[in-house]
Design a protein around this ligand. Structure first.
Ligand code: ADP
Ligand code: ZN
Ligand code: ZN
Length: 751
């Protein structure tokens, strides 16, 4: 037998398969990982196929050393998926195969954890053991061990060790006497939040939830269907998923639930664990490597059949996939901009098609792209326009911050928000304040010459932070991209002026303001600074849930799927921050953010109020977000995209050029631009599709010490555009010297 192996090295010259002989002792399957000799070293690889014969000279073919695991790590449909992704992303198969297994499995960095157990030997009866126990005079240790095993066998050595110090020798002697045997057992590391028993109460579905399920269930039975579930915040979408998952399990199939970021959805995870117990597995980046590996194996072995996880869980090794849910489908975290780049929603669609599973994309604010697809009939649209139990939608008020300034209020909180916050606290309720910038203030600029203090490594402004220790109340500037830190200078580095000041507001500043207005109010702050630790999120959320903290102040993080029934006031401190981003999706992002954050108010029995502060109250995004009218927003934005020719009406694509040297990057851009223009002359069918070809530098010209340049293109949609894109991808694979080039197709961030 011979096998064709993809060796786990990402290099152009290794991007094909190598043939090895399979020793008779092993039976291998496609998808199985193997250790093979490669050049002077041994390497890991994945078996693609097996053949009886080979065209190569048998004398020169080397042998597989051993399989890495006794089972195929990559199931056939996932092998097919890896191939498809490699083709589409124009990258080596070895690279997409890496997505299919936990990183820590490669290179044998984690091993299965084993535990040693002792038991009475096979065929030794209780009577024999009793007799041996009585005869065992000389060694009290051996006696004690026998006694323990008579009580309970088998039991872990660790347990024996608790009663008998250093029992090894004694156990060995008992093994030698044929009375005891030792064996090892695989131990699974379980993530800290241990699964509590299954069987928590199920809600009686509301008629709306019932209706939606009645559309989904027939599709589940047929193993088909693509749905877009548009349900307002608090409409009970999770309950729909939970029921659909239960039905999937009853059909003997498995389910994957993708959430944008697992640390921010602890409730969702808890709900699934409460209902499904150990049948649910959790995959996310904050697990230890060992934990992640173990969860992966529980899924691979079929012990866990419900997987909840962030983006990469779309590759979970479930057999018999019946249902795949992408919750909060509009979130940009579903797009991975590491190598190889992928969009988990597209991967989900491909998996569902191949494996005969039902796909549900869900959101209160679907992405323009997904809603447009639903309108075109690619997805079946399901709507839940009301909150469960007739809970009212929150009231939203927009406050004009220009008027505040005119009235002499220089605080970050408007008079209205401050007075509502006071009322909320007096009622004994909780409030959330969102500020989409972390840090004390935002950037520092010179009032004399206008220059902004930037990071020396990245072309972004530095953010001010105040040390949390009161004794050393020192102001620091920090870069949010690379972590660079420096003290606040007392004069402008450009002109020497001493009028150097902070602009804008951050989470710390808002917290201080709340303290100033309502001294002694317990507050909690949630941003990248306070959530750095392993359980950072969980601790802050717990403090808020338990009522220890009355006001939660945070960045975007707090806008996501959290459900706190005591929150009756939500304040958005500066809605303009996202609206002013230099990106064609800024309006979409702002609408999503405002709707999501408004959705946090009034989820309990009492109604909620949302106060949005802005300098542009007349902007339609703010008006429509205030009305929470997704449909109207969609229509307006769809039209705007059509008129200004943005996706989904066109394709935005770019070659992103990175180099440590700016002049090298500029040169590379010129070189590639010339090649592209030449290709367009040769291919008039491509040229017809190109609406824009720009070499304007991106918003961020330097990041983590790398100079960044781009060739940005806007293309009309069509097969010719696709073949032009393939040409661009090919260009990226062979970058000019001294540069890295990334090909991007509708990138989520244009910075
Ligand atoms: P969404 O994800 O649509 O914003 P959730 O799934 O978080 O909404 O549900 C909102 C709240 O309503 C949750 O507290 C949930 O437990 C509750 N809920 C959902 N369905 C029902 C139901 N059928 N009966 C009672 N309460 C429900
Ligand atoms: Zn200056
Ligand atoms: Zn930096």
């Amino acid at each position: 037998m011979y096998c064709q192996v993809i060796v786990d090295i990402v290099h152009e010259n290794v991007a094909h398969t190598f043939t090895y002989r399979v020793p008779d002792a092993f039976s291998l399957s496609p998808g199985q990982r193997v250790l093979v000799p490669f050049g002077p070293r041994n390497r890991e690889g994945v078996v693609l196929s097996l053949t009886e014969e080979t065209d190569y000279d048998p004398a020169r073919i080397r042998e597989v050393i051993r399989p890495m695991e006794p089972y195929p790590a990559i199931l056939p449909p996932l092998m097919a998926l890896a191939r498809e992704m490699a083709e589409q992303a124009h990258c080596p198969l070895a690279e997409t195969l890496r997505l299919m297994i936990p990183a820590e499995m490669r290179g044998g960095r984690v091993r299965a954890l084993t535990e040693e157990w002792a038991a009475l030997a096979e065929g030794v009866s209780a009577e024999q053991a009793e007799a041996a126990l009585a005869a065992e005079r000389r060694s009290p240790k051996r006696r004690e061990i026998l006694r323990l095993l008579l009580e309970k066998s088998p039991r872990p050595m660790e347990e024996i060790r608790q009663t008998v110090a250093a029992p090894r020798e004694a156990v060995k002697a008992l093994v030698g006497a044929g009375l005891v045997r030792i064996f090892t057992q695989e131990l699974l590391r379980r993530p800290g939040t241990a699964l509590q028993g299954a069987g928590a109460a199920w809600h009686t579905l509301t008629p709306e939830q019932q209706e939606v399920l009645e559309e989904i269930l027939p599709a589940l039975r047929k193993g088909s269907g693509r749905f877009l579930l548009h349900g307002v915040t608090g409409s009970g979408k999770t309950e729909v998923f939970l029921t659909a998952v239960r039905r999937t399990l009853e059909m003997g199939r498995s389910a994957i639930i993708l959430v944008p970021e697992i640390a921010l959805t602890p409730q969702m995870v808890r709900w699934f664990q409460d209902r499904f117990g150990p049948v649910a597995a959790v995959l996310h980046s904050r697990l230890s490597p060992g934990e992640r590996y173990d969860e992966w194996r529980r899924i691979r072995r079929g012990e866990a059949r419900v997987v909840i996880g962030a983006r990469s869980a779309v590759f979970a090794p479930t057999e018999e996939l019946g249902l795949l849910v992408v919750d909060e489908e509009h979130e940009s975290t579903y797009f991975s901009d590491h190598h190889p780049r992928y969009d988990a929603r597209e991967v989900a669609m491909s998996r569902c098609g191949r494996e005969g599973a039902t796909l549900i994309l869900a959101s209160a604010t679907p992405s323009i792209l997904s809603f447009a697809r639903a309108r075109r009939g690619d997805y079946m649209l399901l709507e839940m326009p009301r909150r469960v139990q007739d809970r009212p939608m929150p009231t939203v008020r927009v406050v004009d911050m220009r008027a505040e300034l005119e009235a002499g209020n220089r605080s970050v909180l408007s008079r209205e928000l401050a007075s509502e916050l006071g009322a909320c606290l007096r009622r004994g309720d909780q409030a959330m304040l969102l500020i989409n910038r972390r840090g004390y203030h935002s950037f520092v600029s010179c009032r004399a010459c206008g220059s902004v203090i930037k990071c020396p490594n990245c072309d972004v402004s530095l953010t001010g932070h105040v040390s949390d220790r009161v004794s050393t109340k020192q102001e620091k500037l920090r870069c949010h991209y690379c972590g660079y830190e420096t003290a606040l200078p007392d004069q402008c580095p450009a002109c020497g002026s001493r009028y150097i000041k902070f602009f804008g507001a951050g989470t710390q500043k808002v917290e201080e303001e709340v303290q100033r207005l309502f001294p002694g109010t317990p507050t909690a702050r949630m941003d990248l600074d306070t959530t750095a630790g392993k359980d950072g999120h969980a601790k802050i959320l717990e403090a808020f849930r338990s009522g220890q903290a009355r006001v939660l102040i945070g960045t975007q993080m707090i806008a996501k799927g959290l459900d706190f029934p005591q929150v009756t006031l939500v304040g958005v401190v500066a809605a303009d921050m996202t609206l002013n981003l230099p990106d064609y999706r800024a309006r979409e992002r702002t609408f999503q953010l405002l709707t999501q954050v408004a959705g946090r108010a009034g989820r309990g029995k009492r109604p909620g109020l949302v106060v949005i502060q802005t300098y542009r109250p007349e902007d339609s995004v703010l008006r429509l977000a205030a009305k929470q009218d997704y449909r109207a927003f969609f229509e307006e934005e769809f039209l705007r995209r059509r008129q200004s020719l943005y996706p989904p009406f066109t394709i935005m694509t770019r070659l992103l050029v990175l180099s440590p040297a700016g002049d090298r990057a500029d040169e590379a851009v010129r070189e590639m631009e010339a090649q592209i223009r030449a290709a367009l002359l040769e291919h008039p069918e491509w040229k017809k599709k190109v609406l824009l070809l720009s070499t304007e530098a991106p918003g961020v010209r330097m990041l983590r010490g790398m100079e960044r340049r781009q060739i940005l293109m806007k293309l009309l949609i069509g097969p010719e555009a696709e073949s032009f894109c393939a040409f661009l991808a090919e260009k990226a694979e062979h970058p000019p010297e001294g540069c890295e080039v990334f090909y991007e197709y509708n990138p989520t961030s244009m910075m």
